[in-house]
Structure formats: structure tokens, C-alpha cells
Design a protein around this ligand. Structure first.
Ligand code: MN
Length: 164
């Protein structure tokens, strides 16, 4: 099985171990795979790519037949990603709390559970929690090439985060 990375786990360094062990239906053609809740260790979001405390819970890796990967990402109040782009885009499904997202040059948008953010290829953006609330979202990305789901950029400053 090729190496794979969880979208948003994105740490591009932290998750290289996350590919082994599972026999994927798409690869065997014989059976479904159930990855049990709790089987996969959570990953702390790297301070290189995030501000504040962020936890990434891997959900599923990409494989040779299905090139998306998914993870659940939880941001503590005030925590957010760096600015970044996705080479094949990204879908975010807000699952709890109150969050914020912003495209470069546009106003901050507040997001809530059930909201779905579809981020096109190459659009510079960030996402994270609101100042006084945590936020969790499921992140789904496709790999452009093995392991490549995000291109990291500079940090979101406090001024940018506060919309000033
Ligand atoms: Mn993103």
C-alpha cells in the first residue's frame, strides 16, 4: 500500500505512519473495511502549521482506487490553521461548535454545525475556531499525488483573525 496522508493531518511530517494495516475494499474488491472508532491515534496539530491547540483524529486514508482522505479536526477557542491552499480542493463539514473561515482578501465568515464549506483548487484560505468557542469539522481532501493535499503558507495574525 502506498504511503498516504490524512487531509489536514497535513502535517506532512506527522502522519507518515498512517497507512499501514488496513485491507481496503477498493483494493481487494472483496469486503468492506470498518475502521473502528478509537483504533487510530489522534495527532496534535503542529505549531508550524497551526496557531493554538488543534487535534486531528484520522478517519480514513486515501488508497489506490479512492484518492480522498478524511479526518476530524478540533480547534480550541482562538485556534486556527495557517493560510494555505489545496491542490485538488477541500470539503469541510462543520460538526460542532462555532468556527471561522476566510478567503484571502474577503471578509471572515462564521460557520456552524451542518454548514459545508467547499474550497476550490488553489484558493488561499484558513479555518479555525471562534474566539470563545471550540470548533470541529470533518475535512475531506483528494491527493494530487501521494501524500500531497495541502500547501502551507504564513500564519494567520491576530489582526487577521480578528478581522482588523
Ligand atoms: Mn483548508
Amino acid at each position: 500500500m502506498k504511503n498516504t496522508m490524512i487531509c489536514m493531518a497535513l502535517a506532512l511530517t506527522a502522519v507518515t505512519g498512517f497507512s499501514g494495516g488496513y485491507a481496503f475494499a477498493a483494493e481487494t474488491g472483496k469486503a468492506q473495511t470498518i475502521i473502528r472508532n478509537g483504533e487510530q491515534a489522534a495527532i496534535k496539530g503542529s505549531a508550524q502549521f497551526f496557531t493554538g491547540n488543534v487535534r486531528i483524529d484520522p478517519l480514513y486514508p486515501a488508497n489506490n482506487a479512492m484518492r480522498s482522505s478524511g479526518g476530524s479536526v478540533t480547534f480550541e477557542p482562538g485556534a486556527r490553521s495557517n493560510w494555505h491552499i489545496h491542490p485538488v480542493g477541500q470539503v469541510l463539514i462543520i460538526t460542532s461548535g462555532v468556527g471561522r473561515t476566510q478567503e484571502w482578501g474577503k471578509p471572515i465568515q462564521e460557520v456552524r454545525p451542518g454548514d459545508v464549506i467547499i474550497c476550490p483548487v488553489g484558493v488561499k484560505h484558513w479555518h479555525g475556531a471562534a474566539p470563545n468557542s471550540s470548533m470541529s469539522h470533518i475535512s475531506i481532501c483528494e491527493e494530487k499525488e501521494p501524500g500531497k493535499v495541502v500547501e502551507w503558507m504564513e500564519k494567520v495574525t491576530d489582526e487577521q483573525y480578528n478581522g482588523k
